[in-house]
Ligand binder design. Structure first.
Ligand SMILES: *[C@@H]1O[C@H](CO)[C@@H](O)[C@H](O)[C@H]1NC(C)=O
Ligand SMILES: *[C@@H]1O[C@H](CO)[C@@H](O)[C@H](O)[C@H]1NC(C)=O
Length: 347
């Protein structure tokens, strides 16, 4: 081996794992077992991926996803976690709505909707992944973001929830806090990054956020230290959700006042209310074992299944209603008094 390539290898060889994997759609349903356990329908529609034990109620004391699931829509066959976000709608000029479908990311073409999930110990572009993290534990759950956020200042409390207007499938910059203002040829990507510092004690908290914290200074990307109240470094969990806007990119179908036509299922036309939910469900200590391997994306300890198996796993809707996948619907399920906000956050 040439000395120069040895140096390069030594510099870039990872110390710990970064994993990136695709998950197909499990179901699109008006359920939220984290915020509204037992409530069907929940206030707004979600798109959900992961283990098929997903249910109206998933209280940790009687719901262990790896025990109750028989399949998962995620590529790692030991991951029965559930991951979800709100669903996205396009609002036509005549005020009717259609749900915007999702598509697989680069490398996961052929996926039935769903999203891409990352677990990282250092930022994505860092091949070394030198930091060491403690994996989430059974019963752990959290959410990030606030559907009630309707100003940029509100949205900035969650610094890592953003949008990327995909010019092609490789576009990663810039990221914005509001919905893109122009048609995005390859779709709208929603980036959901969770806080990375845990209080070390609580698997959940009343607001499902405060058992976690952002670093005390700097951020995850700069490896800022965790605060003393939340001293345990966890993996950064990130979702990339790609909404396929192809059918909705014709400027003639867009509002004539210059605003953009996409609306979250909770009635947010600004994008500031983006949020994501997570219920941990990896089998045994499989996630910690994977995180401890020295690997970047291609990790031997991560057992995988085929795309066909991922796509074959699904659950039936519990709430039966027209969610606007085929016909234009007069209102978004659960959001009859839809209060659309302008792109600058003013109501
Ligand atoms: C969902 O919950 C209901 C009510 O507790 C239960 O009967 C059903 O078996 C559960 N389904 C799954 C897939 O866990
Ligand atoms: C409303 O707009 C959509 C999209 O342009 C169109 O397909 C649909 O027929 C319209 N519905 C009515 C009732 O005009």
């Amino acid at each position: 081996m040439l000395w120069s390539s040895f140096i390069a290898f030594a510099l870039f060889a990872p110390s710990h794992a970064l994993i990136r994997f695709g998950c197909s759609q499990l179901v699109v349903d008006r359920l939220d077992p984290l915020v509204n356990p037992g409530l069907a329908p929940s206030p707004h529609l979600h798109q959900i991926i992961g283990g098929n034990s997903f249910n109206t109620s998933m209280l940790p004391e009687n719901h262990d996803p790896p025990t109750l699931s028989t399949c998962t829509t995620c590529q790692p066959s030991d991951d029965f976690s559930n991951y979800w976000t709100a669903a996205l709608y396009f609002r036509a000029k005549n005020g009717t709505f259609k749900r915007v479908p999702q598509k697989g990311n680069s490398g996961f073409e052929g996926s039935n909707g769903g999203m891409t999930v990352y677990y990282m110990q250092n930022q994505l572009a860092d091949y070394a992944q030198k930091a060491k993290v403690t994996a989430f534990k059974p019963g752990f759950r959290m959410l990030i973001g606030n559907p009630m956020a309707n100003t940029k200042a509100d949205a900035n409390k969650y610094p890592q929830l953003t949008y990327t207007c995909l010019q092609d499938m490789g576009t990663r910059y810039p990221e914005t806090k509001n919905f893109p203002t122009k048609p995005c040829p390859a779709g709208i990507m929603t980036n959901v990054r969770f806080p990375t510092c845990w209080d070390g004690k609580n698997l959940d908290s009343p607001d499902h956020i405060s058992h976690m914290s952002y670093p005390a200074s700097g951020n995850f990307e700069s490896q800022g230290p965790c605060p003393s109240t939340h001293p345990v470094r966890m993996p950064q969990l990130m979702y990339e959700v790609i909404f396929e806007t192809k059918a909705f990119n014709n400027k003639e179908d867009w509002p004539t006042d210059g605003s953009q036509p996409f609306v979250w299922s909770f009635g947010d036309g600004t994008g500031y209310g983006s949020h994501g939910d997570y219920v941990f469900g990896w089998k045994d200590d499989s996630l910690q074992k994977i995180m401890d391997e020295a690997c970047y994306v291609n990790c031997k300890s991560m057992k995988t299944q085929t795309m066909a198996a991922m796509n074959a796993c699904a659950v039936k809707n519990r709430v039966n209603e027209d969610i606007g996948d085929r016909d234009w619907i007069p209102e978004i399920p659960g959001a009859p008094a839809l209060h659309l906000k302008a792109a600058d956050g003013t109501v």
